[in-house]
Design a protein. Structure first.
Lengths: 296, 285
């Protein structure tokens, strides 16, 4: 029981990285960023390549893991900034309707997935094993080391993000722009830089989650479609709310683990979907209870 | 000859699917990533009814479309009254859920190995007639009260609401109509290819349809149809590798979105040709 809850939490921690990366961009540009999945696949591959080309044989164990994750995070932020440049910069300066942001993000997501398919083929690759499959005994139950590190690392990443958002000047700027772009511009904030920084943050989170997903599943071009877990978590938690996304994701992780025990892993996604629908009927605002109004 | 024949048929089926996407996106401005999943529902329901109960083809066609509409209702009801992001996120989840259900009910649907042994009931003439009929229906819908109200709410939901348009009802009606049409496309595909597998109904298919609609011009049904023919039929004929094909689509879309956001056709419709002529003749008389 305790073991299952722990496993659920560690799964939920990865989902929360996805959901928060998604919520960040949602907050600032007010649209659902479907390219986030593409960024995740892309960075998962980048981490793998970094392992093969650079780090293999030089470092081992936890150091190796940290190196791979950091590489993925850096590649993720660069990719996301590139996406903003190619896909959204012109749209923002033209004040294009939200529809175009959607299309642009979908297109970029597919584009990234296809670039991977072309250059890496659609084969499955298995991620390097960073940790021995040892278990740690604690409180009478045993926990796997990988889950432990996942939980630890995700919490650290989220903590760092919250620190940036709420304790730095940049974070203040991000929150201001997400509240009202025009006023923020009048106050001397450069919205372009802030949006770029937000995409970089979201991309870094996407990169970290990409590596975790690659470790949990194997590496294939459609890996990024697991972004759907982040979507479900944000819908449950309340679209656009960062705390909501984290709570929703942890809840989703625990529900999933519970459902796997009850109905098996095959039927789990369908059950989760039904739970989400029921949730939307009962409490469409999500757990956090705030909903970003569509601007009329 | 057979090859060209099959390309034409598949292009026709894609056109019907694209019509569904056009209705959801072009008319009400929603984004559905589950259109391919509705196609799966239509296809699987009709194929299984045929294989298990041996029902006649017309009944099965009806059942497939109705099943797709009902699932549309299930997905649409909770989401359509919320802001537009919800329907994209939820339909995305719906697509994944459908695929996992299909994969895991192996004794019923054949699972990942696919459903085999569906009789061949669909050929090119039937598809051609279907395309014309559906096109007629969608064009009528676009010009009807429903279509105009949908267009109004797409442009400005608040203004539409204040003019007395029941926004949520309109979105739902259009969404259901689109699901029915997409379900029908699924039935056609099932009884043409005689084989169904869950992997075919990936979200990338829905996204590809969206791209097709967008390249043609989000306001133009004519544009959507022309780009469906060009973007699906032509690459098949020229035998592009499929990954490169999608890469090229994406680049085209990015260029269009940045430099010609109304798509190739803008809001031009082919029906304008004879309308204008009629207007000119009317003026002379």
């Amino acid at each position: 029981m305790l073991q299952n809850i722990f496993f659920g939490l560690s799964l939920g921690a990865v989902y929360s990285l996805i959901a928060v990366g998604f919520a960040l961009v949602f907050n600032i540009l007010k649209f659902s960023n479907f390219s986030h999945g593409g960024v995740m696949s892309f960075t998962a591959y980048a981490g793998y390549l970094a392992y093969i080309w650079i780090f293999d044989g030089k470092v081992t164990g936890v150091a190796m893991f940290v190196a791979v994750v950091l590489t993925a995070a850096v590649v993720g932020s660069l990719t996301a900034v590139g996406i903003e440049r190619v896909g959204f910069r012109r749209l923002r300066s033209n004040q294009a309707p939200v529809i175009y942001y959607f299309i642009s993000s979908i297109t970029l997501g597919i584009l990234l997935e296809n670039i991977i398919t072309i250059f890496a083929s659609s084969n499955f690759y298995s991620y390097p094993v960073f940790f021995s499959s040892k278990n740690v005994d604690l409180l009478g139950t045993s926990f796997s080391v990988a889950d432990f590190v996942t939980l630890l690392f995700s919490t650290a990443a989220l903590g760092a993000l919250l620190f940036v958002l709420y304790r730095t000047k940049l974070g203040l700027a991000v929150r201001t722009v997400s509240f009202d772009v025009n006023t923020a511009t009048l106050m001397g904030i450069d919205p372009n830089r802030v949006v770029m920084a937000t995409f970089a943050l979201s991309g870094a989170l996407g990169g970290i989650s990409g590596v975790f997903l690659g470790m949990n599943y194997s590496l294939y071009p459609q890996l990024g479609q697991l972004v759907v877990k982040g979507f479900i978590a944000s819908v449950i938690g309340g679209l656009g709310s960062i705390t909501g996304a984290v709570i929703g994701a942890l809840l989703l992780g625990i529900i999933e683990v519970g459902l796997i025990g009850l109905v098996g892993s095959g039927w789990m996604p369908a059950c989760v979907f039904v739970i989400m629908l029921v949730f939307l009927l009962v409490r469409p605002r999500g757990i956090a209870g705030v909903i970003v109004q569509e601007k009329a | 000859m057979d090859y060209i024949y099959s390309i034409l048929t598949l292009t026709g089926i894609t056109m019907i699917g694209v019509m569904g996407t056009y209705m959801v996106t072009g008319l009400t401005g929603q984004f559905s990533f589950g259109q391919a999943a509705f196609m799966a529902v239509g296809g699987y329901v009709s194929a299984m009814l045929t294989l298990r109960f041996n029902l006649p083809f017309p009944v099965v066609v009806l059942a497939g479309s109705v099943a797709a509409t009902l699932t549309g209702l299930l997905v649409g009801m909770p989401t359509i009254r919320l802001r537009r992001d919800y329907i994209s996120l939820v339909t995305f989840g719906f697509g994944e859920a459908i695929i996992s259900v299909l994969n895991n009910s192996a004794q019923l649907t054949g699972g990942a190995e696919g459903l085999v042994g569906i009789p061949k009931r669909v050929d090119l003439p039937l598809v051609a007639v279907s395309v014309v009929c559906c096109l007629f229906l969608v064009a009528c819908y676009k010009n009807s009260k429903f279509g105009r109200q949908s267009l109004a709410l797409r442009t400005d939901e608040l203004a539409a609401r204040s003019m007395g348009i029941d926004v949520n009802r309109m979105k739902l009606v259009t969404f259901l109509f689109a699901s029915a049409i997409t379900g029908y496309a699924g039935v056609l595909y099932a009884f043409y290819s005689q084989y169904l597998e869950p992997g075919y109904y990936n979200w990338t298919v829905s996204a590809e349809w969206l791209i097709i609609v967008f390249v043609g011009g989000i306001n133009s049904l004519t544009g959507a149809m022309v780009s469906a023919v060009i973007l699906t039929g032509l690459p098949e004929l020229l035998r592009f590798a499929s990954a490169w094909r999608i890469l090229i689509y994406c680049i085209i879309v990015l260029l269009i979105i940045n430099y010609r956001p109304n798509g190739i056709f803008g809001d031009w419709e082919i029906s304008r040709l004879w309308k204008r002529r009629k207007a000119v003749q009317g003026g002379r008389a």
